[in-house]
Design a protein around this ligand. Sequence first.
Ligand SMILES: *Cc1c(COP(=O)(O)O)cnc(C)c1O
Length: 425
Amino acid sequence: MNQSDLAFDQEHIWHPYTSLIAPLPCIGVVSAHGVRLTLNDGTQLIDGMSSWWSTIHGYNHPRLNQAAKVQIDQMAHVMFGGITHPSAIALCRRLVDMTAPPLNRVFLSDSGSVAVEVAIKMAIQYWVARGKNEKSRLLTIENGYHGDTFAAMSVCDPVNGMHELFNGVLTKQLFAKAPQCGFEQDWDEQDISSLEALFVTHHQHAAAIILEPIVQGAGGMRMYHPNYLKAVRRLCDQYDVLLICDEIATGFGRTGKLFAYEHSDIVPDILCLGKALTGGYMSLAATITSKAIGEKICQTDAGVFMHGPTFMGNPLACAVASESLAMLQQGDWQQQVATIEQQLKREFAPFEQLENVANIRVLGAIGVIELKHRVDMESITQAFVDNGVWLRPFGKLVYIMPQYIISSADLTTLTSAIYRVVSDL
Ligand SMILES: *Cc1c(COP(=O)(O)O)cnc(C)c1O
């Protein structure tokens, strides 16, 4: 990558949420190993983002590389309609094993947003099959993030989501106040009252509630009380509404449990997985439900579940995902995540003294510093790069979610870089 490559990029290539008129410059990354990104000029940065929750085992892992190489010499892809293959079967066996017992019917798709669309279609088709076509709306909570496609956008936070822009096109869904009790705070029964009111008023028209269990990610990096999710499960049972847990960010150990719903000892009716599913190697997602719900969905006039992406069950992605899950099943992620959590709590404690820090939150391998003011993304990102780390804050949030394999010394490099940059703001 020379200057003209980077200029071409800036002129012709859209990056996530960027302007074509005033694009911020991008950093050229040429390779990555473990927790380190190597830039064009040979500089290395310690990555605190895990490429948006995904590269849990680190970059360029020999076992994941090997799984991809073995599969690519067999076949990179084959259609999934009417055809199956060993990698999809191996992956889905592991998914069924790892998730709670009733969750044993797996729908594979290409990305998290599509997994959410699939979950929503499942819920709506389920009620059509039960002769209750009027149950087609969705309940959710504020500060959620569920993806960038239309149904997913309709359940993202109405303020910091994209509702205003796409107003009139987006389906109007039903929002309750976001939970206020933090993960480790004392539980307050009142926390559920806004959502309970929605159930009481709208359950006859509600197909499902969709939410991120325990940790709300891109909609605000908020961590809420396990009793809230327990209460949601109870309301769903009481009012006959399906529970969709979007674990695309939280799944596969990130919060200290394999799945965040385990903190509340509940089981969702439909579960969405993505991001870390392939260890961050490529795009793959899954929507999982129970036998009972899955079979009911197939009892409409259509007789089938009406969805089927071209690259459904892509063998290359399935092979890598299956290996990534094998590594989780055999590895010591639980100890790694617990160690990261303790270290983050210890090393974030001094931030409480900083005048511009509003709140500090840590759960599992997720650390959040909420500032009192919004950051300037370009200058703060550059300051982090100057300090040898890769972090991408948004709004008032500086946050890290490192790879589970990070060493204690590298994690300290990350937290001290954050301390220096935040105290200089
Ligand atoms: C990232 C994310 C999505 C969307 O996944 P994509 O792969 O980006 O489409 C959906 N839900 C949650 C909770 C996410 O964090």
